[in-house]
Design a protein around this ligand. Structure first.
Ligand code: ADP
Length: 173
């Protein structure tokens, strides 16, 4: 049984993450998505409970996926789940430098755990949780970049958000 973990902040999940989830779930038997609770990234927009909820709602279509919240080192999270593979996504050269360092450090910590990288699908190469949050804060429609349950959560946080439906309605008037 091949089990992998896919760790991240997921603040919030985007179509870029979902693409990596879908592709990696095809090459392993079980994929455990790990939401990093003690992220060093300052001031997450969404609480752990909200991020968990958005991930659950956005990955319902996959039968071999589970989601957990974890603290601490990814290798320990992998070991706890009997996984010997860590999944990461690579967008640009900037991702590569830090991801290489992290994967080599993890190798030193536990040589039985490997990291498998998926290069981003071109259409999502620019996409990050941060850029989505920035767009949303200016009221830009984000439905092209995040799954529907995430759009709903953004509407709660940013009531002024423009939705594609609303724009269509307006253009019909
Ligand atoms: P972010 O970097 O957007 O804040 P996370 O910390 O949640 O995201 O990242 C989790 C993993 O998903 C990382 O390996 C990251 O490189 C990857 N990832 C994020 N966005 C994309 C994307 N658009 N395409 C491919 N991989 C991505």
């Amino acid at each position: 049984m091949k089990r992998a973990v896919y760790p991240g902040t997921f603040d919030p999940i985007t179509f870029g993450h979902l693409d990596i989830i879908e592709r990696s779930a095809k090459v392993v038997d079980e994929l455990v998505i790990g939401i990093l609770a003690d992220s060093r990234k300052k001031n997450p927009l969404f609480t752990i409970e909200e991020r968990l909820h958005m991930l659950q709602e956005s990955t319902k279509q996959f039968s071999n996926i589970s989601i957990q919240v974890f603290d601490g080192m990814t290798v320990d999270f992998a070991k706890k789940n009997n996984a010997n593979l860590i999944i990461r996504g690579l967008r640009a050269v900037t991702d590569f430098e830090s991801e290489l360092q992290i994967s080599q450090a993890n190798q030193q910590l536990d040589s039985s755990i490997d990291t498998m990288f998926f290069t981003t699908s071109l259409e999502y190469a620019f996409l990050s949780s941060s850029i989505v949050k920035e767009m949303a804060s200016y009221g830009t429609d984000i439905s092209l970049f995040v799954p529907k349950p995430v759009v709903g959560m953004f509407h709660q946080k940013f009531p002024d958000l423009i939705s594609a439906e609303k724009l269509n309605e307006t253009s019909l008037l």
